[in-house]
Design a protein around this ligand. Structure first.
Ligand SMILES: CC(C)(COP(=O)(O)OP(=O)(O)OC[C@H]1O[C@@H](n2cnc3c(N)ncnc32)[C@H](O)[C@@H]1OP(=O)(O)O)[C@@H](O)C(=O)NCCC(=O)NCCS
Length: 174
């Protein structure tokens, strides 16, 4: 547990730091599990500073960042108005779209704090359910979500570069 950890909303000025952190953690966590070409395409499409800046500017998206001093150590991203076929009949829901913690700071409770803060914000916005998609080859994240009260509702496919991957769709009532 870091004594000087702060949680706050993401701002436009955070785009470069979030983009760098997300690209680095994604590469560190998953590059051994996918073709390098897919990784390159995905990072350039989804983690460029331009695409993160557009998401920071999107009224349907809320970023929560965990900071120590000026450094961003992790972030959670909430998205309204998104769904998947297996949860289309679930009302009043918001998506936890991303949860990333710096590879040098994992296992210190930052992910759990970001998750709790994201759930608290979602409940304050009036949502009754929070959902997420967790890659089938990511047991660490699945364990965190299971222990935090998320339950598998189904599965979805996710295009990463040129490859279709399977994600578990998990839901927690707020
Ligand atoms: C998943 C992630 C966000 C968790 O953040 P974190 O700060 O490391 O997690 P915490 O320290 O808060 O630990 C929370 C739980 O996660 C699990 N966990 C986290 N890191 C783990 C690791 N390296 N090995 C095993 N379990 C781990 C544990 O179940 C832990 O619960 P416990 O303390 O009761 O054992 C972080 O590891 C991460 O960024 N991973 C790479 C990106 C990713 O997979 N994001 C989720 C995409 S769906």
């Amino acid at each position: 547990m870091l004594p000087n950890l702060q949680l706050r909303h993401g701002k436009a000025e955070d785009a470069i730091d979030i983009s760098a952190l997300g690209s680095r953690v994604f590469t560190h966590s998953f590059s051994a599990l996918m073709p390098s070409e897919d990784l390159k395409i995905y990072l350039s499409q989804s983690y460029s500073a331009t695409s993160i800046a557009a998401e920071l500017d999107d009224p349907a998206v809320t970023f929560i960042v965990a900071t120590e001093g000026d450094a961003i150590l992790g972030f959670a991203q909430l998205k309204r108005d998104s769904s998947e076929r297996c949860i289309d009949n679930l009302d009043n829901k918001i998506q936890l779209q991303r949860l990333y913690v710096s590879e040098r700071h994992q296992g210190l409770g930052i992910g759990k704090q970001l998750l709790l803060k994201a759930e608290e914000e979602a409940a304050l916005m009036g949502f009754k359910n929070i959902w997420l998609a967790s890659w089938e080859l990511n047991p660490n994240a699945e364990r965190l979500y299971n222990r935090s009260g998320y339950v598998k509702h189904g599965e979805m496919t996710f295009k990463l570069g040129n490859t279709m991957l399977k994600d578990w769709v998990m839901v927690k009532p707020l």
